[in-house]
Design a protein around this ligand. Sequence first.
Ligand code: GRF
Length: 230
Amino acid sequence: MSPAAPRFGAQNPARLVVLISGRGSNMQALAECCEREAWPAHVAAVISNRPQAAGLAWAAQRGIATGCVDHTAFAAQSDPRAAFEAALREAIDAHAPDLVVLAGFMRILGADFVQHYAGRMLNIHPSLLPAFTGLHTHRRAIEAGCRLAGSTVHIVTPELDHGPIVAQAAVPVLPGDDEDRLAARVLRAEHVIYPRAVRAWVDGAWWLDGGRVRHAPGAADDLWHFSPRP
Ligand code: GRF
């Protein structure tokens, strides 16, 4: 399979819908890169499952459409998760996304939901996958004696934190690191690679082929990132 011709341009920018649950610093990095670098793309909406998510207020202030689908509101339904996911899907699709970008979205998504966005939903996970799927990645990396930690951008598949890898950033684990110091170092690297991975998708510089991500020649160089300094 070969790369598709670029689908987006100034006249038909890619529509990105970003899902967050909290601070939203990755979403901010993405929105700022989009604007600053005049991408043929824009953040069409930011949607949270938590009404108090700080990132929602940031997006609203910048004039980005925001929405909230509060997962706790579905607790009384016979199938709370299905009801939440149906409402979330409706909220997302109202913005006609080309790409759905999970950025600190802290809900596990079911197979039907993932299938609906197959190949067009990305996540960033704060470890060098396939190591340390799930939670507390930094603590576990320190406890395991890792000398490198990092973050991975991957396509979302039904198996949690297991989708095809698009981009990775590695940072050192330094003597005396605790979870917070390492998390801060990884986060800075995330702010570099997530926008790059999304931009490369917008440009058609990577694509899915037989369950693996293929990159256009030369296009992957800045999607593997190592920050040697703290
Ligand atoms: C990031 O470390 C990301 O890898 C993880 O959650 C964190 C979100 O941070 N999935 P922020 O909300 O983008 O600041």
